[in-house]
Design a protein around this ligand. Structure first.
Ligand SMILES: Nc1nc2c(ncn2[C@@H]2O[C@H](COP(=O)(O)OP(=O)(O)O)[C@@H](O)[C@H]2O)c(=O)[nH]1
Ligand SMILES: [Mg+2]
Length: 251
């Protein structure tokens, strides 16, 4: 769970995560939040034995925070890896649903765009931007996924092992689409479970127009046959049928 200035959400989100999945381990990746989120997280370690905190110096961005989280998971002995926001847009009450769904999947997406999924707080313009972005990405990249910009996900270890982490130098929505794209092209099974996605009640969003622009140019570059950032090809072209699945997937 990446955090930047989430001091007002942190204690309650951590409590809600452990209430939903008592046997989970939680890694908080904080980018030196000026509001003291990092120290607050350190203090919570006394209360939760499986809580760990990674401090980075300065705001290094969401994409690299996720990649560090993936690396952490791989160096430890975890079967599944979740990613989620700290602002309650990704309600921890869905964690058991995601975990149940991963039994028959390799990547589970907490989805706003399957029946039962909703974004109740969004006005028309936000719905249009997100809806258009998803149709655009899905169509150009031929992804059979309704919500490919979602950031509430559960990955099987084998999926994360198969990622070219060094190639995913992307932020926000582009990062989310690229992980779905790589998983799909490598033949992993992707399942979407519905979530209701409310807007954050406390704190402020760190999303920017630059992150939306990044996602747009990323999708176009990917479609035109370049790699994730147009400079190199990410190793997804060898993908074939289920026989080429990495060992362990779908076990
Ligand atoms: N470590 C880290 N976390 C970040 C950064 N930017 C955003 N976050 C966290 O990522 C999550 C999603 O960010 P948010 O601003 O809510 O994006 P939005 O939901 O698209 O508005 C939240 O938990 C943020 O605290 C960053 O640069 N570094
Ligand atoms: Mg948010």
């Amino acid at each position: 769970m990446p955090t930047y200035n989430e001091s007002e959400n942190l204690v309650s989100i951590v409590a809600a995560i452990y209430a939903a999945l008592p046997e989970t381990s939680l890694l908080i990746i904080d980018d030196g939040s000026p509001d003291g989120t990092g120290e607050l997280a350190d203090n919570l370690r006394a209360q939760y034995s499986t809580l760990d905190v990674l401090h980075r110096h300065g705001k290094l961005g969401l994409g690299t925070a996720y990649v560090e989280g993936f690396r952490y998971a791989l160096t430890h002995d975890y079967d599944c890896v979740f990613e989620m926001d700290a602002d309650f847009s990704h309600d921890p009450r869905y964690l058991p649903d995601l975990l149940a769904a991963i039994e028959d999947a390799d990547l589970v997406i907490g989805s706003r765009y399957v029946p039962g999924g909703r974004t109740p707080d969004w006005g028309l313009s936000r719905r249009l931007i997100s809806g258009f972005g998803n149709v655009f990405a899905r169509t150009l990249l031929r992804l059979p996924v309704q919500d490919c910009t979602a950031g509430y996900k559960c990955y099987r270890r084998a999926v994360v092992e198969a990622f070219d982490l060094a190639a995913i130098q992307l932020e926000g929505y582009a990062f989310q689409i690229e992980t779905v794209y790589q998983a799909y092209r490598k033949g992993f099974r992707i399942v979407e479970v519905p979530i209701v996605f409310p807007d954050r009640k406390i704190g402020t969003s760190k999303m920017s127009k630059a992150i939306v622009a990044e996602a747009f140019t990323y999708v176009v570059r990917r479609r035109l046959g370049g790699g994730a950032h147009g400079t190199r090809r990410a190793p997804v072209s060898h993908v074939g049928g289920p026989d080429e699945r990495p060992r362990g997937a779908g076990a």
